[in-house]
Write a protein that binds this ligand. Structure first.
Ligand SMILES: [Zn+2]
Length: 124
């Protein structure tokens, strides 16, 4: 793959993580179910008493049996994040603040960051 294409993909991934990490509230109810489900599974994966914990998590609503929510995870968590971030950007673009560095133009780590993680420019 050419270097430039790779740079575009990396930038996309940054954008996706930014959305998933900071705009969770813009997820649809099904997306939230799927998100909670996947992250709960990751958390209990290492535990010895998986069945017991699963029962507790189902009761708490952290794990779901909702088929349409689960189908969002059919292609893995990475793909889910990608699709969900795309959908959120498409439907909620006016509610999202992309916090770009005034110096280098790259995306900051959070919407409220005032220092660039790439060039270390400070805009306090
Ligand atoms: Zn910068």
């Amino acid at each position: 793959m050419e270097k430039e294409n790779l740079a575009i993909i990396v930038m996309e991934k940054d954008k996706q993580d930014y959305i998933i990490n900071h705009y969770l509230h813009l997820m649809s109810p099904k997306e939230k179910l799927a998100y909670k489900h996947a992250h709960s599974l990751l958390k209990i994966d290492q535990n010895e008493d998986i069945d017991k914990i699963k029962r507790v998590y189902f009761k708490a609503g952290w794990l779901t049996k909702d088929k349409s929510a689960l189908s969002l995870l059919d292609n893995g968590l990475e793909k889910f994040n990608e699709n969900t971030a795309r959908r959120i950007i498409r439907d909620h673009i006016s509610e999202i603040f992309f916090n770009y560095c005034p110096n280098c133009g790259k995306l900051a780590r959070t919407p409220t960051a005032k220092q660039c993680r790439f060039c270390y420019y400070d805009w306090h």
